[in-house]
Design a protein around this ligand. Structure first.
Ligand SMILES: Cc1cc2nc3c(=O)[nH]c(=O)nc-3n(C[C@H](O)[C@H](O)[C@H](O)COP(=O)(O)O)c2cc1C
Length: 362
């Protein structure tokens, strides 16, 4: 759905439901076939993008299924024709050369629709049980910064030699290059100071965790004030949506999902114990009750169809271009959003001249 630069995306169900794990209306399903069905239908409905989160072990239920992001992204690239496919990556788990090679391959399979989302990890056991050191928060970012500087140049088709704290590379180039554009797009998800510095220097789009409009405005204004080379940074927002005919119905469903989510408190406690407490994303999410991951309902997209459309417009005016959405039950709600919200947003979208974001959109 291309409406004055607003784009909508859907989080793929890579590790099951986003809000509540024990929901009779959304049985756990992290299979490839379910993910394929969701993404193909999202594309058919007019969604512009999908985010394939990267976890090797299910972060909520370690004994349950977890989709593998990169192999699944390659398959999705071959099966789809229009939707953007964003695959998350934690720098420590792949050497930058081999990751850049995979990214270029998926970019060319998709004919120019692939993007990577650099995320610097929070789930300790995922690394430690594999014998990989889970470095301190800012050290992970220092590693990620060196890593993306190498990846980004390889993606651009440069022949590189690099000597740094972590990598020693001589005279390396990847062929074929990106056959469709300069390089795949680079998103960054992370809220801490080193995350912001990294996205200002190396990212194309900053993914912000769902949170109230004022907070999102401050984050965007901080990033816009930072020195940066090349085109302006763009912004994406993660959010969990509950949209209904009336506000009352939406809040009733929110309560219903919150009650179901409360049944997962033991699971969440394990997840919290496994998390790096220095991760700013988790500190932000602890500020207000919410359901869904990555801020979820804290972005306030819970209300009548009209209210949700208006709030999307307000975020868009603040600078958000891509809305990466979570729903539960996913397929039903994703269809309703497309039927009810797409046309409303199209109707109320202000002209670019009226909207502040137009200054920064490429
Ligand atoms: C939109 C978005 C998507 C994310 N996807 C993943 C993911 O796929 N895997 C993961 O381990 N972390 C993911 N994260 C969380 C980041 O790893 C987390 O923000 C990171 O630990 C950075 O911490 P910081 O907030 O302290 O900068 C995501 C974050 C955002 C905003």
């Amino acid at each position: 759905m291309t409406t004055k630069n607003i784009r909508f995306g859907v989080w793929a169900p890579v590790h099951g439901p986003r809000a509540a794990l024990q929901d009779p209306a959304e049985p756990f399903d992290a299979s490839w076939s379910h993910n394929r069905k969701v993404v193909l239908e999202a594309e058919a409905l007019g969604y512009d993008s999908t985010l394939i989160a990267q976890h090797t072990v299910n972060p909520h239920l370690p004994a349950s299924d977890q989709l593998e992001a990169w192999t699944a992204s390659a398959a999705l690239a071959a099966l789809t024709s229009r939707i953007e496919i964003i695959s998350a990556i934690k720098p420590y788990i792949y050497h930058p050369i081999f990751l850049a090679k995979m990214a270029l391959q998926i970019e060319n399979i998709s004919e120019g629709r692939f993007a990577l989302n650099l995320v610097n990890a929070w789930n300790r056991p995922e690394f430690e049980k594999a014998g990989i050191n889970f470095a301190e928060h800012d050290d992970r970012y220092a590693y990620g910064r060196e890593w993306i500087s190498v990846v980004s140049r390889l993606l651009r088709g440069e022949t590189i030699s690099h000597t740094g704290n972590n990598f020693n590379i001589s005279d390396y180039a990847l062929t074929p290059k990106d056959l469709y554009r300069e390089r795949p797009r680079i998103y960054v998800g992370g809220e801490s100071e080193p995350a912001r510095a990294l996205v200002a220097d190396h990212g194309d789009v900053w993914f912000i965790n769902g949170q109230p409009l004022n907070d999102v405005q401050s984050l965007i204004s901080d990033l816009r004030q930072r020195p940066r080379q090349g085109v302006a940074l763009r912004f994406g927002l993660s959010a969990f949506v509950i949209a209904r005919d009336t506000e009352t119905e939406a809040h009733a469903y929110h309560r219903h999902l919150s009650d179901l989510a409360a049944k997962d408190s033991d699971i969440r406690a394990v997840q919290k114990a496994n998390s790096d407490p220095k991760v700013v994303m988790l500190q932000t999410m602890a500020k207000s009750p919410r359901i869904g991951s990555n801020g979820g309902t804290a972005a306030g997209l819970v209300g009548s169809y009209d209210q949700v459309a208006e709030r999307i417009q307000a975020f868009h005016d603040a600078g958000i271009e891509l809305f990466m959405l979570q729903f539960q039950p996913l397929l039903t709600e994703m269809r309703t959003f497309a039927a009810e919200i797409f046309p409303r947003v199209r109707k109320i979208t202000r002209t670019p001249a009226q909207a502040k974001y137009s200054e920064v959109v490429r």
